[in-house]
Design a protein around this ligand. Structure first.
Ligand SMILES: NC(=O)c1ccc[n+]([C@@H]2O[C@H](COP(=O)([O-])OP(=O)(O)OC[C@H]3O[C@@H](n4cnc5c(N)ncnc54)[C@H](OP(=O)(O)O)[C@@H]3O)[C@@H](O)[C@H]2O)c1
Length: 245
């Protein structure tokens, strides 16, 4: 099945930023979107906004640190709409800091959300995709995993763990499942709010103000990969502001 219209697409981290932009764009092109994140008020408002424009959206409060929550999101898609075409593993946090600061709780949080959250997504959707004989994983990585810079070691590590897992998944997936990774550079979202070091948060916000591209640019890339015919597997897309070094 090529195109976007009629596909059932579950999105984690759909309450703001890239996930929200993807939900709006994909629903606008005829997908049924199933939205997951922790902030129920945001999800409710987003689902209502999509419905008011003639789109179809459901939501479930989902903490990707809980395997059952992520399974619930996939189950909602299949129970309500009969299938799951795409899972966008997009939820992520970036409480960055120099390793010397030993902010070990932040390291744990990044592993739990950025790595284990994606693994729980795979655990939830892979059996569904196998049963159906089709399915597409879209995993949000980061250019932080391509150009490794100070303060971003653990964040970059979490994203590169998902890069490795995604390639392994692709190798194992066989001829009927697709796996796409998208690596954004600076995108104008709420991501700095997850930064626990206030100086780095301000720096992050300043960099965003100076050069960030809109979240819709990443949503367009996701839409491109999803819209390809079943036998075309877009592996990896990197999108950064032209001004990003
Ligand atoms: N913005 C950038 O410059 C940039 C660059 C490269 C990569 N990325 C990646 O893009 C992805 C989306 O981030 P964004 O930039 O759009 O930032 P954002 O606006 O802060 O969105 C992050 C999303 O993740 C969700 N989330 C965080 N922790 C969660 C949890 N435990 N369970 C479920 N959902 C959770 C948030 O929702 P709740 O708080 O409601 O749960 C929110 O919907 C992330 O993976 C991020 O690493 C962003």
């Amino acid at each position: 099945m090529a195109g976007i219209a009629g596909k059932v697409i579950a999105i984690t981290g759909a309450s703001s930023g890239i996930g929200e932009a993807a939900a709006r764009l994909l629903a606008g092109r005829g997908a049924v979107v199933v939205l997951g994140a922790r902030r129920s008020d945001r999800l409710e408002t987003l689902a209502a906004s999509i419905a008011s424009k003639g789109g179809q959206a459901s939501f479930l409060v989902t903490d990707v640190r809980r395997r059952d929550d992520v399974a619930g999101l996939a189950n909602l898609a299949t129970a309500r709409y009969g299938k799951l075409d795409v899972l966008i593993n997009n939820a992520g946090i970036a409480p960055i800091s120099p390793l010397d600061d030993l902010r070990v709780d932040d390291w744990d949080d990044m592993i739990d959300v950025n790595v284990k959250g994606v693994l729980y997504g795979i655990a939830a959707a892979l059996p569904v995709f196998r049963r159906q004989g089709f399915g597409h994983f879209v995993n949000t990585l980061s250019t932080a995993g391509i150009k490794i810079v100070p303060t971003m070691a653990v964040y970059a590590g979490s994203k590169n763990a998902v890069r490795a897992i995604s390639e392994g998944l692709r190798q194992e997936a066989g001829p009927s499942l697709r796996v796409t990774t998208i690596s954004p550079g600076y995108v104008d979202t709420e991501l700095p709010s997850s930064m626990t070091d206030s100086a780095l948060r301000e720096q992050g916000q300043a960099s965003m103000k100076a050069m960030a591209i809109p979240a819709g640019a990443i949503a367009e890339a996701m839409a491109f990969a999803i819209a390809q015919p079943d036998n075309v597997d877009v592996g990896e897309i990197v999108i950064r502001p032209t001004a990003q070094a």
